[in-house]
Design a protein around this ligand. Structure first.
Ligand code: AMP
Length: 215
């Protein structure tokens, strides 16, 4: 069993790499952004509260996200290990997570910080397209669909996330610098901490990551 935490700036590839790692290592992916987007789509009361924060690129209040992720981490589906991505996103959340894990005798085997230059992040985020039907991700330049606007996997319609528009991206990067980047100090000295340069293409980064967690 392995429990991993992935953190880093928006657009660095946490979701994509987490998805591949989960597939190959038999882990469950707990992506906070996905959990929130599902709540928004289902119009749950938490989703309705979270929506405006997300559309503006701001963090959803801790009081809303903590309960949502806690129930998932402690659920039976995660017994074989999980990859946490997008949580924690500030030091207060990290402290809550530490306590939750300690109280339940769960440990993080790898705390992975992924980083890339800001122009790389911008290029990845602004070109990102998702399938409205199956959720599969494409990129206008790096991995375009065969037919523009149409998913190769299921023929669903592709869309751009509202928060991947340029004006929201700059807010998300600012929020990252002010609130999430301090996690480097919080986790940096731990034995489980590793740093991965995520500026290369998806396959290269994945092979580095896989080697590290299999070492
Ligand atoms: P992501 O898919 O990880 O880019 O997250 C999309 C959006 O969901 C973020 O910009 C935030 O508005 C919200 N969000 C995701 N994770 C968290 C978190 N741990 N705390 C607060 N808000 C979050």
């Amino acid at each position: 069993m392995k429990n991993l935490l992935l953190f880093g700036p928006p657009g660095v590839g946490k979701g994509t790499q987490g998805e591949h790692l989960c597939r190959d290592l038999g882990l469950v992916q707990l992506a906070m952004g996905d959990i929130l987007r599902e709540a928004v789509a289902n119009e749950t009361s938490l989703g309705l509260e979270a929506k405006a924060f997300m559309e503006q690129g701001k963090l959803v209040p801790d009081s809303l996200v903590v309960g949502m992720i806690q129930s998932r981490i402690l659920s039976l589906e995660c017994e074989q290990g999980f990859i946490l991505d997008g949580f924690p996103r500030n030091v207060a959340q990290a402290e809550i997570l530490d306590k939750m894990l300690l109280d339940n005798s769960i440990q993080l085997d790898f705390i992975v910080f992924m980083d890339a230059a800001e122009d790389t992040l911008l290029a990845r985020l602004t070109g990102r397209m998702l399938c409205s039907s199956c959720g599969f991700g494409f990129h206008r330049h790096y991995s375009p669909p065969s037919v523009e606007g149409v998913c190769d996997k299921c023929s669903g319609e592709l869309y751009q996330r509202k928060d991947d528009r340029e004006e929201v991206i700059s807010e998300r990067l600012e929020v990252y610098k002010q609130q999430t980047k301090p996690l480097l100090d919080y986790y940096g000295a731990r034995e489980a901490f590793i740093k991965v340069d995520a500026s290369a293409d998806t396959k290269e980064v994945y092979s580095v990551l896989l080697n590290l967690v299999n070492a």
